[in-house]
Design a protein. Structure first.
Length: 243
């Protein structure tokens, strides 16, 4: 049963590592750790995630969903929907969109990313730790110069500053509402809801020489892409780029 419990620390090397240790100790689903200063944050594929102290949301939440193993990737997508929901509220007139698999965009620039790490046994998903990074109060000068055209923040979009604890609590509430839906009806609704915010549906995408039109999201979260010869290709992981 998901029950949000936010733990705030002044500094941590990685909230993901902290939450992983807490998960191993058996803390309940919904336990989350937020660091005001994260010194060694990481994103997908081991990429570094840098954030100036006290400005942005660095949060990891522990989940224990009762789902089939093949549905584990949908939980990361669920988190991106929750982030998009709170970003919509904060940014008012600027709608949040999603980039497969788990990035959140505003005005075609990345405002948030999700790292989903699962511990899976032979027959079940034991625990999922979701790392959530949201650019909340960063200014343009906080971003590396080479990334300034591709990143944004809630502050940049609105000109307003936001309380990080309140932002965390709103995310955990939005995530909880979606988790409750998974608990009552299963996760099959996730691809449909995610697709409604998909920034690149119908666009031509490319990765590692594979090129095609993004047509949909499969029941397990895989991206479906139609090649020029009509073949439907499933992409289960990795970054996709617009052609």
């Amino acid at each position: 049963m998901y029950k949000p419990n936010l733990v705030v620390v002044e500094s941590a090397e990685s909230t993901q590592d902290m939450a992983g240790k807490m998960a191993a100790d058996g803390v309940p689903s919904g336990t989350a750790v937020m660091a005001l200063n994260q010194t060694r944050g990481r994103g997908r594929s081991g990429a570094d995630w840098h954030s100036p102290p006290g400005k942005n949301l660095a949060l990891s939440v522990i989940l224990r969903p009762v789902i089939e193993i093949r549905h584990a990737p949908l939980i990361g997508m669920l988190a991106s929907i929750a982030v998009a929901t709170i970003v919509d509220i904060a940014c008012e007139s600027s709608q949040a969109f999603l980039k497969w698999p788990n990035d959140v965009l505003v005005q075609n620039r990345k405002i948030a990313g999700i790292l989903s790490e699962a511990r899976i046994t032979d027959s079940s998903v034991e625990v999922i730790v979701l790392g959530v990074g949201v650019n909340v109060n960063s200014s343009v000068d906080d971003f590396p110069w080479e990334l300034r055209d591709s990143l944004t923040s809630m502050f940049i979009v609105t000109g307003k500053t936001f309380d990080l604890r309140t932002t965390s609590e709103r995310f955990l509430q939005a995530l909880g509402e979606l988790i409750a839906r998974v608990e009552t009806e299963g996760p099959n609704f996730v691809p449909r809801v995610w697709e409604k915010r998909w920034a690149h549906k119908g666009h031509t995408l490319v990765r590692d020489g594979i090129k095609g039109t993004a047509t949909g999201i499969d029941t397990d979260g895989a991206l479906l892409m139609k090649r020029s010869d009509g073949e439907i290709v499933r992409i289960s992981s990795g970054a996709m780029f617009t052609a």
